[in-house]
Design a protein around this ligand. Structure first.
Ligand code: HEC
Ligand code: HEC
Length: 451
């Protein structure tokens, strides 16, 4: 009797072999979950093992994920996005209005999350932790984000010029008591790509604890640490989110906090002081089974294979990636635990188990220096600490979402600027990169584009 996993492996090999298209080891980003699509749907296709009843649930999850909620179906009264897919278009990063409209979008949409915190770390009574900058008719948005940019000019040691845009955030049009900027920290975040969600949920705690222990390179100023959060009384290792501030894929929280869709875990409307304007929908607005389908959808997404692994320039760029010590944080190879993952309502996905994966992350927090400090603490993470962003699929972001904004707030306009913003524990890497011959720097970028 074969295990579900072994069956999936055999099936997978059967799919791959007839074309003579036997993928090389390093191309298989996520073992049997790897897919070979390079179109705008590259983040948004099921893994090859999704069949039969799983397939039905996957499609249902996909529909709920993309379903635009309206006032009639429970949206709001205040919200940040009207569906998961509104911010994560094609399971990626919808371009944010931060840079196209310099803040909150004016047309019921922004594609970002704006966290607001008092300088002592506390919540604002009428607002909570997320600024809901959109609203259904008849209510008032909590406030609007405004952004100003300063452009800073620099050059590489060899004379090539570059410039970095530094965003400055403020909030206007507060719906209730105005909050003084003197008592306010603002962190704007663009959405994260959904590449490898199931794999991330399947990494074992032992592997994460090992990564934390090994992440200690005093010669390069690098030492990562795990984030821990307490949810429902249980202390857990955080893996998802820009500060590894969540232990799961935040389906319940996303419906509640981002869209105002009440559910079994968060039954109250997120209307802060606006309880006088409830939406038109009584009772829970989505069921636990439906939310598990959304969880399943995300965890069963395929991970795009690497491309052009044998190209000479790509190989040169890969060597430059290692020479620049990028791999000490963006760790190329990890493993999932044998049992795979368990969804929020108890369904297990054994197909995710026992796989060699290439996320290019250690899922640890690193101090990235004052330039990226948002002064907001999440779990153990301080303002300057961020989770190493997994780089798998990054080269397809432009195809999938039509833009090349990177880093937590999208300030980097391309991959090169993303590297040049690395400070703190990433400073040595950045300096090595800056001192590479231009040809090698360019090759490193080409290598990233194959991930
Ligand atoms: C208003 C925009 C918005 C909406 C709506 C939204 N998200 Fe997100 N999502 C984000 C942003 C921004 C982040 C990064 C947040 C952070 O780390 O602070 C994120 C992060 C995530 C992550 C973490 C990914 C990772 O790599 O660690 C998951 C999972 C996720 N969202 C799932 C969902 C689901 C499921 C829904 C619908 C229930 C949803 N999101 C709705 C903006 C949104
Ligand atoms: C000390 C650990 C560390 C090192 C070394 C490091 N990075 Fe990062 N990297 C991070 C962290 C943490 C982030 C997230 C920062 C943020 O969003 O503000 C990040 C973000 C990125 C991003 C943006 C990803 C996205 O989707 O927004 C890219 C690209 C990147 N790194 C590439 C590199 C390259 C190339 C190198 C080597 C030159 C490198 N990094 C070295 C930790 C590191």
């Amino acid at each position: 009797m074969l295990s579900a996993c072994e069956e999936a492996t055999l099936e997978y090999e059967a799919i791959m072999k007839p074309n003579g298209d036997i993928a090389k080891y390093s191309e298989l980003s996520a073992g049997t979950s790897t897919i070979f699509l390079t179109s705008s749907k590259a983040y948004d296709m099921p893994a090859p093992w999704v069949a039969n009843s799983l397939s039905i649930r996957f499609n249902n999850g996909d529909i709920l994920y993309d379903n635009p909620f309206t006032e009639e179906s429970g949206l709001g009264p205040v919200y940040a996005g009207y569906s998961c897919g509104s911010c994560h278009k094609n399971a990626g990063r919808t371009p944010s209005t931060i840079y196209s409209q310099y803040g909150s979008g004016n047309y019921g949409f922004s594609s970002m999350l704006v966290y607001i915190v008092r300088k002592n770390g506390g919540f604002f009574r009428d607002y909570g932790r997320v600024l809901h900058d959109q609203t259904i008719y008849g209510s008032k948005a909590e406030g609007k984000l405004k952004v100003t940019i300063t452009e800073e000019e620099y050059s590489f040691p060899d004379g090539e010029k570059y410039s970095l845009r530094r965003p400055h955030f403020s909030i206007s049009e507060w719906y209730s008591d105005s909050i003084s900027p003197d008592d306010l920290y603002i962190s704007a975040r663009i959405p994260l790509r959904h590449v490898g969600m199931g794999q991330i949920m399947s990494i074992s705690n032992d592997e994460l604890l090992r990564l934390e222990k090994e992440s200690n390179y005093p010669e390069y100023g690098i030492s990562g640490r795990l984030n821990y959060i307490v949810e429902r009384g249980v202390k857990q290792i955080g893996v998802s989110g820009n500060k590894a501030q969540h232990a799961d894929l935040t389906v319940e929280l996303g419906f509640s906090s981002d869209m105002g869709i009440t559910n079994s875990r968060y039954p109250e409307e997120v209307c802060g002081g606006q309880a006088q304007h409830p939406d038109f929908f009584d009772g829970l607005e989505i069921t636990t089974e439906e939310m598990e389908d959304v969880d399943l959808y995300m965890q069963a997404l395929g991970v795009p294979a690497r491309r052009y692994v044998d190209n000479e320039i790509v190989k040169k760029g890969e060597a430059a990636f290692y020479a620049s010590k990028c791999h000490l944080c963006h760790i190329p190879t990890l493993h999932t635990r044998p049992a795979g993952s368990v969804l929020l309502n108890g369904t297990s996905l054994p197909w995710l188990g026992g796989q060699t994966i290439h996320p290019y992350s250690d899922f640890l927090l690193h101090d990235m220096g004052p330039g990226l400090d948002d002064h907001i603490q999440s779990g153990l993470a301080y303002g300057a600490e961020w989770r190493t962003t997994p780089l798998w699929g990054i080269g397809l972001q432009e195809t999938v979402n039509g833009h090349t904004q990177f880093l937590h707030d999208g300030r980097a306009r391309n991959l090169k600027e993303a590297i040049l913003w690395h400070g703190g524990e990433g400073a040595v890497s950045r300096e090595i990169f800056k001192n590479l011959p231009k040809e090698d720097r360019d090759a490193l970028i080409v290598f990233l584009e194959t991930l």
